[in-house]
Each structure stands twice: as structure tokens, then as C-alpha cells.
Design a protein around this ligand. Structure first.
Ligand SMILES: [Zn+2]
Length: 270
């Protein structure tokens, strides 16, 4: 039994150039600075809770509930300006888990697709999970003083490195088959960030991909539209091409992106 619960954990307000860089190639546009606030678009911020038999896995965390009352303390002033977080009551990741009868300590692990603030802000809410995993490449990136990362969500948490292995069949030759049965496989997928990953969830025949920000919506992988924030453009294109190929497989039931408003299923059973 595999269930993927798709949680919408509030919204992020971004410049229209964030999901689709054809609108503006100016790097400053993605920050929202000096842009018309009326043009801002609001996208869902999703996290995914996967039940695989008795295993419980959370992928990404959405916003910390502290953004409701203390957003600047929670995510810093520049990130607040850039992302205008909103998190209605009941939508924090721990609140949605509890609604399903799951306590954070019951989680086997949290897997981070990458460490942008709209994905890792809620780590504090699920810090009692048995493991908090991030890729080695992303771990290095968040410690490299790049302005895109802030330490507030994770600096006192015991992050662990995903034990990736060499895998010739993976697009970047690195993967982690968590239960050694192909059910939940983490694939290195750089481009949007240095150490982004995609999670492939499979029941042996049908599968779904949880892609984080490797694509903002269908047009990203159907038309290979790179989003605004890109760490490495060539990798971004390669990664989107890989997602496109997978989506064309008739056994692929869903590509789940973190900010895709069009995909509205809340439960995908494999
Ligand atoms: Zn994001």
C-alpha cells in the first residue's frame, strides 16, 4: 500500500518571473525587489506525506507556523519580502499530519527536496522525526553563505546526509533506494539548486515523481521552461528533460511539483 498525501501548506507570493523566466531574465526580478507588488502571484506551497505499508515519510515541510505572527523572526526580512508567506490555520505541516493521526515523532524520516525557505521553514515543526535528510550537495550549499539560504529553519537541528550510492541508471548517477525494493527512491537532480533531489514513488508498476522545484507546473516539463531561480542552467534543462521523459511513460501517474496550482489531487494511491 502506498498513499501520497498532498498537503498545501499556505502560499508563497512571488514575482511572475519565478515560475517562468521568459517573463524577465533579470536576476533581481526573482527577489521581488523594485518590482510592482500588484504583479505578484500567489502559488501553493506543498509538502507530501507518503505512507508505504508501515513506513511514514514526509517530503518537504512548507512554512513554519511562526510566519503567521512573527514572519521576520521566522524567515528573515529579505526572505519575507521575497516570498510573502501566508499560512492559514490548519495548513501547517504538523497540523495536517495530526489531522491524519500522525505525530511528528511517528515519522521515519523527512526528506528535503532542497533547502529554499519555502521548503525548509517548517522543519522545526517536525524536528522530532527519526531522521531529517538533505543531500550532501545541498548541505554544502546551505553552508556556503549563498544569499538564497538562511539558517533560521535548520541551524540547531541534526540534519543527516542522504546516503546516495552510485547508480548508472540515475540521471546524475546518484540515487538512494531507501528500502532496497525500488518503492521509494531518491534521485539527485541538480539545476534549481546545487543539491536538489526528486523522489520516485513506485508500487512496482505505476509510479509518481515528487519533484520539488524541478519544474513549477506542467509547462515547465512539457515545454522545458526553466523557472527563474536556477543554480545551473544546463543541469536544469537536463533535469526537466528527464522529468518530461518520465511523464510520457504511461505508468507515470503524477508529477508532483511543490508550487503547481493546477495539480489539485490531495491523495494519490498507488
Ligand atoms: Zn519552492
Amino acid at each position: 500500500m502506498i498513499n501520497i498525501h498532498c498537503f498545501t501548506c499556505g502560499t508563497v507570493g512571488v514575482d511572475p518571473a519565478v515560475p517562468d523566466r521568459s517573463i524577465s531574465r533579470s536576476p533581481i526580478a526573482y527577489t521581488g525587489l523594485f518590482r510592482n507588488p500588484k504583479d505578484r502571484i500567489y502559488l501553493p506551497v506543498k509538502a507530501f506525506y507518503v505512507e508505504y505499508d508501515s513506513h511514514k515519510i514526509l517530503i518537504d515541510t512548507g512554512w513554519d507556523s511562526a510566519v503567521r505572527n512573527h514572519p521576520v523572526e521566522a524567515i528573515t526580512f529579505p526572505m519575507w519580502v521575497a516570498s510573502k508567506p501566508s499560512l492559514p490555520e490548519g495548513q501547517a505541516v504538523d497540523e495536517q499530519l495530526r489531522a491524519l493521526g500522525v505525530m511528528p515523532k511517528d515519522l521515519d524520516m523527512v526528506l528535503m527536496t532542497h533547502m529554499d525557505i519555502d521548503h525548509d521553514s517548517g522543519l522545526r515543526l517536525v524536528k522530532d522525526a527519526k531522521h531529517l535528510y538533505v543531500s550532501k550537495e545541498e548541505y554544502r550549499a546551505i553552508h556556503s553563505r549563498q544569499v538564497r539560504y538562511v539558517k533560521q529553519p535548520w541551524y540547531n537541528l541534526p540534519l543527516e546526509l542522504m546516503p546516495m550510492q552510485k547508480d548508472e541508471s540515475a540521471p546524475y548517477q546518484a540515487s538512494w533506494d531507501i528500502y532496497q525494493d525500488g518503492a521509494i527512491k531518491v534521485l539527485l537532480m541538480p539545476g534549481h539548486s546545487e543539491g536538489s533531489v526528486v523522489i520516485r514513488v513506485s508500487n512496482g508498476s505505476r509510479f509518481a515523481l515528487i519533484v520539488g522545484d524541478t519544474g513549477y507546473n506542467r509547462s515547465s516539463w512539457e515545454q522545458l521552461k526553466a523557472p527563474g531561480p536556477v543554480y545551473h542552467m544546463e543541469d536544469m534543462k537536463t533535469s526537466l528533460q528527464w522529468v518530461q521523459q518520465q511523464r510520457q511513460d504511461p505508468d507515470c501517474v503524477a508529477v508532483l511539483a511543490a508550487h503547481d496550482a493546477e495539480e489539485q489531487r490531495t491523495l494519490i494511491a498507488l
